[in-house]
Each structure stands twice: as C-alpha cells, then as structure tokens.
Design a protein around this ligand. Sequence first.
Ligand SMILES: Nc1nc2c(c(=O)[nH]1)N[C@H]1C(S)=C(S)[C@@H](COP(=O)(O)OP(=O)(O)OC[C@H]3O[C@@H](n4cnc5c(N)ncnc54)[C@H](O)[C@@H]3O)O[C@H]1N2
Ligand code: MOO
Length: 389
Amino acid sequence: MIAGPRRHAGLSWAQAYATAWQVGRPLAPVSLPVGDALRHVLAAPVEARTAAPAFDAAAMDGYAVAGAGPWRVAGRVLAGDPEPVARLDHGDAVEIATGARVPAGAEAVLPYEDCHRCGDTVRGTRTTRTHIRRAGEDTAPGDLLAPAGRVLTATAAAAAAQVGVERVRVRPRPGVDVLVTGDEVVLHGRPGPGQVRDVFAPLVTAITDRAGGRLRTYRRVEDDPTALRAAIDTSDAPVLVVTGSSSVGVADHLHDVLAERSATWHVDGVACRPGHPQALARTADGRWVVGLPGNPYAGLVAALTLLEPLLAALAGHRRRPLPVAPVSGTVKLFPGGCRIVPVETVDDGARIVPGARSGSLRAAASADALAVLDAGWATGTPAPLLRLP
Ligand SMILES: Nc1nc2c(c(=O)[nH]1)N[C@H]1C(S)=C(S)[C@@H](COP(=O)(O)OP(=O)(O)OC[C@H]3O[C@@H](n4cnc5c(N)ncnc54)[C@H](O)[C@@H]3O)O[C@H]1N2
Ligand code: MOO
C-alpha cells in the first residue's frame, strides 16, 4: 500500500494553488522564428530592426506632384517597382499607386478623385494633406513593439514582420506527458464490463494548451509499479501528469514510485472536496509530476488547482488574481476546507449547478466555472472562480 513522505499533507486549497504558481520557474529562453513563437511569453523585448515605412510611399492612388499645377505627367510608378523614378522638378507629376515609392522631389500625391487628367497634363488642387507616408515616420529601428513578459500575439507577430524582425526570444512552452493509470480505463471506444472510458484527454489537452504548455504524449499505463516506474523514468518532459494512482488503494503506486526516486513533495493532499488526493512533486532530476485523482470531477478540480498554474508559471506567465463573484445556491460545505462546485455565470454573479459528484462530470458539463467555497461561505457572498476548459 502507500508509503511515501507526506510532508505537505493537507495544504489549504489557496496554499496549494499558490504553491503551484510559486514553484514553477520560467523555462530557459530560446530563440524561435516569429512564426513558431505565437502564444509564447516573450523573454526579451521585441524591437524593430528596420524603419517603417521603409521608403517614402504613396498613401493614395493618383499623381505624385512637385510644385504648383498644372503638372506634366512624366510616367507611372507602381508598388514594387524596384528602381526609383527620376527626381521630379516643379511642374512634374507621375501617376502613382498606393504603396509605390514616391520619387524624390514629390511634395504631395493628388488622389484621382481630386484631379483631372487631359492628355499628359493633370490639373487639381493640393490641400494640406500630402498623402505621402514618409520613411520612418511610424517606426525607427530599435523602437519597442512588445515588452518582455507579454504573450506574442498574432498581431504583434505581424507588426514584427513589418519591421524586419525574423526571430524572437521566448520562454518555451513546457511539454507535458500524460500517464493514465487504471486497468479498467480504456482510452478509446465503448468500455467493456467493469471498464470506464477515459475522461481526461479533452480536459488535460485543453488546460495544457490554455496554460501555455504543449501536450506531447498521452498513454495508458497498467496498474503495476514496474510499469509506472518505467513510464516515469523514460519520460523526458518537464511535466508529467499521472491520473489515478493518487489514493491509498492497493493499485495506487504513485507515492511509492516517487518516494523511491527521492522526489520532493510540494503538495500532497489538499483540504478540499472533491480533489483531496492531488499531488505535486519534483523528481531528483528536476521534472514535475502532477498527480490527479482518478475520479473525473476530482481530477478536473486538481488539474485546475495544480496543473494549470504550474504550467502557466513554467511558460513564463505572470500570476493574475482569480476572478471573484458573488455565488448563490445551496450546497453542503466542507468544514475542513473548501467545497468546489460548478457554477454558471449569471448577470449579478454565479449560480451553483446542483448535483456535482466526485465521479461525475454531468453537473460541470453545463457550468462555466468552478467556485471555491470556503467553510464560511454563505449564499450570495463572493468566492474565487476557476474558468472551466
Ligand atoms: N480508503 C480510501 N479510499 C479512497 C480515498 C481515501 O482517502 N481513502 N479517497 C477517495 C477519493 S476522494 C478519490 S478522488 C479517489 C482517488 O483515487 P485514485 O486517484 O487512486 O484513482 P483510482 O482509484 O484509480 O480511480 C478512482 C475512480 O476514478 C475512475 N477513473 C480512474 N481513471 C479514470 C479515467 N482516466 N477516466 C475516467 N475515470 C477514471 C476509476 O475507475 C475509479 O472509479 O480515491 C477514493 N478512495
Ligand atoms: O476528493 Mo475525491 O477527490 O472526493 O473524489
């Protein structure tokens, strides 16, 4: 049965959640091509390499002109034309497309709508608007696009491409290997007699992705210490999730196997219901192991309590306070800690979805979030919310 050093038995829910944030140190930065770095946390500021615009460019289709009109049309210049057009003298014009290089000497672009062409002569009235985007007027080399600590959004990546940034320094997304224990668990298809269908694949996949991690492998391991030992030893992911195997039954081997490996326990049991037998440990070689209870709703609670903040911290995200809302409804509280209930969000707060059970996700399926109710909660008072994946 179970042994293992239970040094952190019975942390409060808030302590366990805070611990998962605190122990996760951002992974060492890497340099990635901008296109591969989307949604990563920036480890260094993104700064422009080139000016924008890179050259004087027309902002309208029309005629680039020099001096006062009427103007003699000397040619045409289109966007992408490689050679600059000869300098315009007073009284000269070229027909020009938006984005094309404005010839030297041009003082304004007259949009087609504001002028009239007859043969090689164009007439019109210049206004105070030049319709020329001058080189460097928006961005100079070295200008800041996004500071370290921010997530590289698609918009920031596009802005980076505009000013010559090819690679960025980011925190890698922590890889996650998942070991699903339980001889009764089937990963696919309809379960046979005495079997259950695995529920954690969609939950862990979504939570990992949302927290900034990267799911690498997802596989089932027999309820056997040798198999679990081998699976733990062969994973080289920074984070290993083990589902089931967290309690005290004859088939629950996680504590023994980690104790043999001199793992350090950061969380070993949390004073909440459900989700009590959840664990967070670190192996001697620096890998994280998150133990999720096998009961489906309890496992979901644990994934939101330990896995999500750990991954977010490793990925370099800063901790933000959880949203808090008044929660209404009826539920039997847990005197020794927190009761964690599914809630649907309503205009003035959140309402408990009744009927949650440790072994069932039915109530959570129609909820938006989980509310963490401490033993002193009363209907209508505020509680922190964990957004459901
Ligand atoms: N004597 C005690 N027994 C139990 C305790 C306890 O304190 N003393 N705690 C109970 C609580 S609370 C929970 S939660 C469970 C946690 O058990 P394990 O993490 O060891 O998980 P299993 O025993 O393997 O399975 C529990 C339950 O969940 C089903 N299961 C497991 N994996 C999956 C999966 N991937 N998808 C769907 N369902 C799964 C499994 O068939 C069992 O029904 O321990 C209690 N017992
Ligand atoms: O706490 Mo268990 O985690 O109730 O099902």
